[in-house]
Ligand binder design. Sequence first.
Ligand code: HEC
Ligand code: HEC
Ligand code: HEC
Ligand code: HEC
Ligand code: HEC
Length: 221
Amino acid sequence: MPQIFTASADTRLRAIALILAAGILGGGMFIGGYMNSTYTTRIGWVQNQPVPFSHEHHVGGLGIDCRYCHTAVETSARAGLPPTHICMTCHSQIWTGAPALEPVRQSLASDKPLEWNRVARVPDYVFFNHSIHINRGVPCVECHGRVDQMPLMMQAKPFQMQWCLDCHRDPAPHLRPPDQVTRLDWTQWEADKDHEVYGKLMVKAFGIEPKHLDSCNICHR
Ligand code: HEC
Ligand code: HEC
Ligand code: HEC
Ligand code: HEC
Ligand code: HEC
């Protein structure tokens, strides 16, 4: 019968044990970092777009309101992306020959919508609705950040379950008058603490129930 444990077996076993331990430790560290890394939260991510549309220019520079382009945001679940003719209300007059706008002109001529690549999204099994948030005075900036400073749209917030829940369990400090939801630089109240007082009043007035807002079937229907 051959010898099972050779002289070198002990060393080899130790080496294997060491590699396994390092693997488990490293794996744990990988998962820990992975969960909160920008790879999973996607914060700061941008997409290539058919046209280099800049919110910094159009919102920050020209001061166009969100609702001019995202027309459905107050009335439906989806904010919607603007149809080409909205771009052309201006771009049939200005920058008419710009090469960057060629896809826009083609889209109008061929009646095919521009195919924007989506940046801000949740998985299909999550139910989301814009109008509910907008009508309760949850501002765009809470969820999409300072888009007026973004040359290319990027993901600003994690859009993970915990992030939704943090606000749902205590929405008061995040609320403002619904007619101010699209103002990204609205700071009027930050100084005088009116924010929290107003928020608490609105939670009462709108009948918002934070206890009810973290039940699973609110977002998973
Ligand atoms: C209310 C008028 C208006 C509308 C609507 C509008 N634009 Fe513009 N756009 C401008 C002006 C003015 C400029 C020049 C900005 C500058 O250089 O400061 C511009 C510049 C651009 C540029 C050049 C690059 C840049 O950002 O400077 C692109 C590309 C562009 N627009 C795409 C679009 C698209 C796509 C739409 C539709 C979703 C659109 N625009 C809607 C007024 C408008
Ligand atoms: C002149 C038109 C215009 C205005 C005004 C405008 N947007 Fe947009 N928005 C677009 C276009 C076109 C896209 C698609 C291209 C892109 O992602 O940049 C877009 C994309 C977005 C997206 C990413 C959607 C996705 O999932 O890909 C968000 C979020 C957004 N806009 C928020 C806002 C907010 C908030 C405001 C107001 C503060 C605003 N936009 C004002 C035209 C506009
Ligand atoms: C409470 C958080 C929240 C607020 C407030 C909010 N959004 Fe969104 N927005 C989201 C989420 C989540 C998505 C992804 C929805 C999906 O994938 O179905 C999204 C997607 C979008 C999109 C992509 C197209 C669409 O309809 O899915 C646009 C454009 C957009 N938001 C614009 C706006 C504008 C403009 C405002 C303010 C008037 C606003 N959002 C306010 C969370 C928010
Ligand atoms: C900054 C605060 C805030 C964030 C972030 C937020 N919400 Fe909300 N959400 C609210 C408020 C306020 C209401 C209104 C509650 C009411 O009217 O009773 C609401 C209501 C809802 C409702 C409707 C509840 C009902 O009674 O039918 C859904 C669905 C919802 N949110 C999903 C989401 C999802 C999914 C996310 C994350 C992607 C999210 N919300 C992030 C504040 C927030
Ligand atoms: C306020 C909205 C909201 C509520 C309430 C909510 N979820 Fe979620 N849930 C989400 C979002 C958003 C995601 C997507 C997370 C992502 O893409 O990373 C998600 C993802 C999940 C997933 C997929 C795995 C994961 O963690 O990414 C499971 C399972 C889940 N939720 C279970 C639940 C259960 C069980 C409850 C009730 C205790 C619940 N959710 C309540 C918003 C919500």
